[in-house]
Design a protein. Sequence first.
Length: 294
Amino acid sequence: MRPDPPGQVYFWILLGSAAGALAVVGTISTLSPVGNLAAVSLLGLAVAVLGLLTKRGARQRAAGTVILLAGGLIWLLIPQDWTDLRIAEHKGLAVARTVLGAEVVEERFGPLGLISVVESPAVPFRSAPGLSLRATALPPEQIALFTDADGATMIDRNAGRSLPAYLRETTDALVYALTPQPEVLVLGAGGGRPVAQALAHGATRVDAVEPNPDLAALLRGDYADFSGGLYERPEVGIIAASITAFTVYLTTSSRQVMVTSYTPPAIAGMMLTTSPSLSPVLVLSKNRISSSLT
C-alpha cells in the first residue's frame, strides 16, 4: 500500500487541530472544566474505536468493540471524587472555604475563566483594601467572586442604593478629592466596588469596562437586588470589552475622563504580587493612556 504524501498528511493534521480548537471554544461556554476534560477524553476514545471498527479485518473490529466496552465500563466505575475539580490549597477560594459556613453557591464558566460565587453568612466577608485605620465606617455584608479560584472581588450589599461610606475612607479615594464631580472610566469593574466608589464621590458619569461578561451578568441578574441595582443606575454604563482594546480606542477620542483601577502594561507584572490597595489609581488624559501603551 502506497503511503500518503507528507503534504496531505499535514493538511489533515492541521485541519483536525483547527476543528478541535473551534469545538473547544464552543464547549467551554456550555460545559464545566471537568466536563470539557471528559468530553475531550471520550472524543479521543471514540476516534480510536471508530478507526478500528472501519478496518476490514475481524481482529481490528473485535479490538474496537472491546476498547469501546472497556472504556465505557471504566467511565461508569470511576469514583466521583476522582473527577472533581481540586483547588490548590494556596488559592484564595480554598482559603475562603475553610471559613465556617462558607460555600460556593453558584458557578459560571466561559472562555475567560471559572467564576465561583461564595457566600459566608456565619462569618461575613469584610474586604476593604486600603481602609484607613481611623475609618468611621465599615464595609457592609459582601459576597465574594473568585475567578479561577483566585483574584477575589466583592459585591457590597445595597451598594447601588446606599453607596457605602467606607469607600470614602480608603487610600484610593484620594484621587476624588483632587477632581470634584468627574466623569470616570473604570477599567476592570469586577464586583462593582470601584463603580460604587466613584458614585459615592459624586461622579456624574461612570463607564465601567469589564472583560469578563459573566461578571457583569451576575450583577445585572442573580445579584442585582443584593448589589442594590448598582449596574442599573442611569449614570452607570457597563462595557464588555478587552481593557487594552478599549484604551486604544480611547486614545482616538478627545474626551477627557478620570481613569481608575488602571495598571499600565509596563508594570502589570509587578502588580501581580501586591495588595489591591497598592494598585495605581491615575488621573489620565488620552495622551497619558497612549504613552503607557507604547
